[in-house]
Write a protein that binds this ligand. Structure first.
Ligand code: MIC
Ligand code: SF4
Length: 647
């Protein structure tokens, strides 16, 4: 039987288990990437493994999230990251070099390789035909140590593309159409594989945009074949030697097929406050816009911004609006500078922002109260912009640029403001300059690691107890994201200091959580969080497990979990349980006393009974854990288990 490309690549990397959808497998990881906001923890944990050097083919440490450096904390992190990279054989991408996913695509991605990154948008690499997966920092540390990455062999959905995008319709609209079809929940342990004759009409950066936002559907990854388009991209990046043609076998069997005609796609937006809340732009054209931000790892390639420059050329943005543009990498910025696009943008009134995550993570450019903000990034969770009342819409760069001129939503298929669609050809030669990458010495054993006061200890978790008595400290609803659990933006600078960061746990949901959790823990009781569907959506930040662990959370009971967060909970010794009957969610209220017994044998059998002592009811729950996750929990977390294996 013909295999999908996903399974062909997984087969080449299979180390444990059998390749059958739904089975637990372990795969070899060729490349790893980290970014600074998750990287310090990942490297503190790598250090705790006490290895001499990273063991995988390529490890890259990017600095792109915390580049504003308000206070000493981020500066400390950067120094630590640079010295760790030199010490252990990791490539260091300096602040200013760009956003990890964009730079990795340009400089390191290779068709057919596996990439594991401590960032949920690592699947951007799927644009080059890689199996690129996001995970928590501890999983990356283990992969850098040569260990396998464990996942559930996914079901594969074929997204068969036909036709060609019309002018003014772009890759962003394709993935927003996919999001409209699949939504943000219920796609765990699934891969989106793009096939069909429409694939050849999309450039590598366009493919990368589509793979990037597959993360919003919650899939394990997304990928495209590696073809002549891939080859030309790699040659233009002076990396033609890593090209390898790759496609699914003829007649490959998929679990589901979704036919998408690119010619039918229309401009769309994700409306507040979820990337899954999709509407057509033509329904929004009456809405006035206060802010437009173009950039992020989703839509900040050279071709896109070159086109934005042409749209803005000789015009001025609306007087009541602020436009910010953040090129995705230094390469993109240099090229925009060379070809005059920057001049066009600045003349139009744009504020040129650093090549970094910046606004996307609420690090700056927070909109005013109730402001309407149009952005080309991938997440519009409530409050992520730094302003809870802001109305953030996700749109394509084309819609963003036109709307900036109009001062209101602009549907380019209905009104193009007298601007002809700027056709931008394929780039034949990128301006390659790797001087902001620091390649490690062959032997880094004498390098001293620099630790400023912001660098804490690696977190320590303890083995799962056989019986747990505790309180339901917090009950939340559906779609709780890791941004709700551990806010980023202004709090991001505490990422390397768990004790400080833990103060902000669930800050936007219940600001009393930290103090109450501490008090309950002080009474010798466990904190238990109860949640609805799709708990832990969004980012890969393992802090959403580490900080609750630090505050004595022992169990999270939800109607369902998202993949990366479920794994992070286990990795830090928190037991993730799911209601056997979803409606039993009603049987627990915040403040109830809860009890779990004989946990060690119960989790092996996959069924756990939770007693609500206050209400006098027994609630049946599922422990959907792989055998390895059971071992991890009993060992008190992945770090303990890995250390025991290496010893
Ligand atoms: C995000 O887009 O939410 C982030 C910030 O890049 C996160 C990583 C983090 O929280 O540091 C992600 O996507 O994993
Ligand atoms: Fe950075 Fe935003 Fe991409 Fe996350 S989604 S990596 S914050 S640009």
């Amino acid at each position: 039987m013909g295999r999908s490309l996903t399974y062909k690549i997984l087969k080449e990397h299979l180390r444990e288990g059998s390749l059958v959808a739904g089975e637990a497998i372990g795969i070899k990881i060729d490349q790893t990437l980290t970014q600074d906001a998750t990287g310090t923890m990942a490297y503190l944990q790598f250090e705790a493994l006490a290895l001499e050097r990273v063991q995988n083919e390529l490890a890259v440490s990017y600095v792109d999230h915390n580049t504003l450096q308000v206070g000493f904390e981020n500066g400390d992190d950067h120094r630590y990251l640079q010295s760790v990279a030199e010490r252990y054989g990791i490539v260091y991408s300096r602040p200013g070099n760009g956003i990890c996913h964009q730079v990795h695509l340009e400089r390191f991605g290779e068709p057919g390789k596996t990439l594991l990154g401590s960032d949920s948008h690592t699947p951007t690499g799927g644009g080059l035909g890689m199996v690129a997966i996001g995970a928590g920092g501890l999983d990356i540390a283990v992969a850098m140590g040569g260990g396998s990455f464990h996942l559930i062999a996914p079901k594969v959905i074929e997204i068969r593309l036909s036709g060609e995008l019309r002018p003014w319709v772009s890759a962003k609209d394709v993935i927003l159409t996919v999001l409209e079809r699949y939504g943000v929940k219920g796609n765990v342990n699934t891969v989106f594989e793009y096939t069909g004759e429409g694939v050849a009409t999309l450039s590598v950066p366009e493919r990368a945009t589509i793979c990037n936002m597959g993360a919003e559907c919650g899939v394990t990854t997304s990928l495209f074949p590696s073809d002549e388009v891939t080859k030309r991209f790699l040659i233009a990046q002076q990396r033609g030697e890593v090209y390898r043609p790759l496609a699914a076998d003829k007649g490959a069997k998929y679990d589901e097929v979704y036919h998408l005609n690119l010619s039918d796609v229309v401009p769309k937006a994700a409306a507040p406050h979820s990337p899954g809340n999709i509407v057509n732009i033509d329904e929004l054209t009456e809405i006035k816009v206060d802010q437009v931000l173009i950039g992020s790892c989703t839509n900040s390639s050279y071709s896109e911004l070159h086109r934005v420059g042409k749209i803005l050329e000789g015009r001025n943005i609306a007087p009541t609006l602020s436009l910010g543009i953040a090129p995705g990498s230094r390469e993109v910025l240099l090229m925009l500078s060379e070809d005059g696009s920057l001049t066009k943008m600045i003349s139009a009134g744009a504020r040129i922002l650093e090549s970094a995550c910046g606004f996307c993570i609420g690090n700056h450019m927070s909109p005013g109260s109730n402001a309407v903000s149009l952005r080309t990034n991938n997440r519009n969770f409530e409050g992520r912009s730094g302003t809870k009342s802001a109305q953030v819409y996700l749109v394509s760069p084309e819609v963003a640029a036109l709307s900036a001129l109009k001062g209101a939503f602009c549907d380019p298929l209905k009104e193009n403001l007298g601007i002809d669609y700027p056709v931008v050809g394929e780039v034949e030669n990128y301006l390659v300059d790797d001087s902001m990458l620091i390649f490690p010495p062959k032997d880094g054993s004498k390098v001293e690691i620099v630790r400023g006061p912001n660098i804490g200890e690696p977190p320590k978790s303890s083995p799962l107890q056989d019986s747990i008595e505790g309180l339901c400290t917090l009950k939340v609803g559906d779609n709780i994201t890791t941004d709700h659990i551990m806010p980023a933006g202004a709090r991001l600078k505490y990422r390397s200091n768990i004790a400080a960061y833990a103060h902000y746990t669930f800050e936007g949901v219940d600001p009393t959580f930290h103090d109450r959790a501490k008090e309950i823990e002080g009474r010798g009781l466990a904190n238990i969080v109860v949640a609805g569907l799709s708990y832990g959506q969004g980012s890969s930040r393992e802090h959403a497990a580490i900080c609750p662990m630090y505050l004595g959370v022992k169990v999270v009971l939800a109607q369902s979990f998202e993949r990366i967060h479920q794994a992070n909970l286990c990795n830090f010794g928190i037991l993730p349980l799911e209601f056997l009957n979803e409606q039993d969610y009603q049987l627990i209220e915040a403040g109830d006393s809860l009890k779990l017994e004989n946990l060690h044998s119960a989790i092996e059998g996959g069924k756990v009974t939770l007693i609500n002592v206050t209400k006098g009811v027994a609630i049946e729950t599922k422990a959907t854990l792989s055998r390895r996750q059971v071992e991890i929990l009993k060992a008190g977390g992945l770090l303990n288990l890995t250390k025991a294996t290496l010893a």
